[in-house]
Write a protein that binds this ligand. Structure first.
Ligand code: ZN
Length: 205
């Protein structure tokens, strides 16, 4: 297994509609393993193949498996999902607002409305048909990841986007006691500003 670099919006692959998975061969299995490793290392709770510059309709999702996560998400905590060609076949009318971030857009958060419940039809890593019913946070993660397969990012649909306060790089900066929480008091920015920031960040590399 190997870690794969996670791309930002400056890479065109992230904005492309991804191709259907048609082969579940050894190479595909390695991609699945690499994506799981990359997601856990980031760390993140979901990753779509276009985020590692592979234009395939493949997502991996795993909510954390710690005590807090189990208390909040119950049986959803820690379950690993590998879904190829996922399609939302049913979605609740009920929409819920929540805060999202994206491994491809580091340093930002956004408020996004999603379906509270979804049913997903997909193939598992062996190419066998599978169905997943999800609600709440897990349903949100699935919707976020499936959007990636169509080149869509949460910043396209977020009602607010804000920049996280920079993390202090040394001990000189005092850290707020609530700095672990989702940082809703950062500066509000526009999707255009985020795209511009992502592009300039890469060109400086
Ligand atoms: Zn994302």
């Amino acid at each position: 297994m190997a870690l794969k670099p996670i791309i930002t919006p400056s890479d065109a692959v992230l904005r492309k509609k991804a191709h259907k998975v048609t082969s579940f061969d050894k190479k595909f299995q390695k991609l699945v393993d690499d994506m799981i490793e990359t997601m856990l290392d980031a760390p993140g709770v979901g990753l779509a193949a276009p985020q590692v510059a592979v234009s395939q309709r493949l997502i991996v999702v795993q909510l954390q498996d710690d005590e807090e996560s189990r208390a909040e998400y119950g049986d959803d905590a820690g379950v690993l999902y590998v879904l190829a060609n996922p399609e939302i076949v049913k979605a609740s009318d009920e929409l819920v607002e929540g805060v999202e971030a994206c491994l491809s857009i580091p340093g930002y958060f956004g408020k996004v409305e999603r379906h509270e419940k979804v049913t997903i039809k997909a193939l598992d890593r062996d190419g066998k048909p599978t169905r997943v019913k999800a609600s709440g946070w897990l349903a949100r993660v699935f919707q976020h990841e499936i959007d990636h397969l169509d080149g869509k990012l949460y910043i396209d649909i977020a009602s607010d986007i804000w920049k996280a306060r920079p993390q202090p790089v040394d001990g000189d900066v005092e850290i707020d006691s609530d700095s672990d929480d989702e940082d809703e008091d950062g500066d509000i920015v526009s999707a255009e500003e985020v795209n511009a920031a992502m592009n300039s960040q890469t060109s400086q590399d």
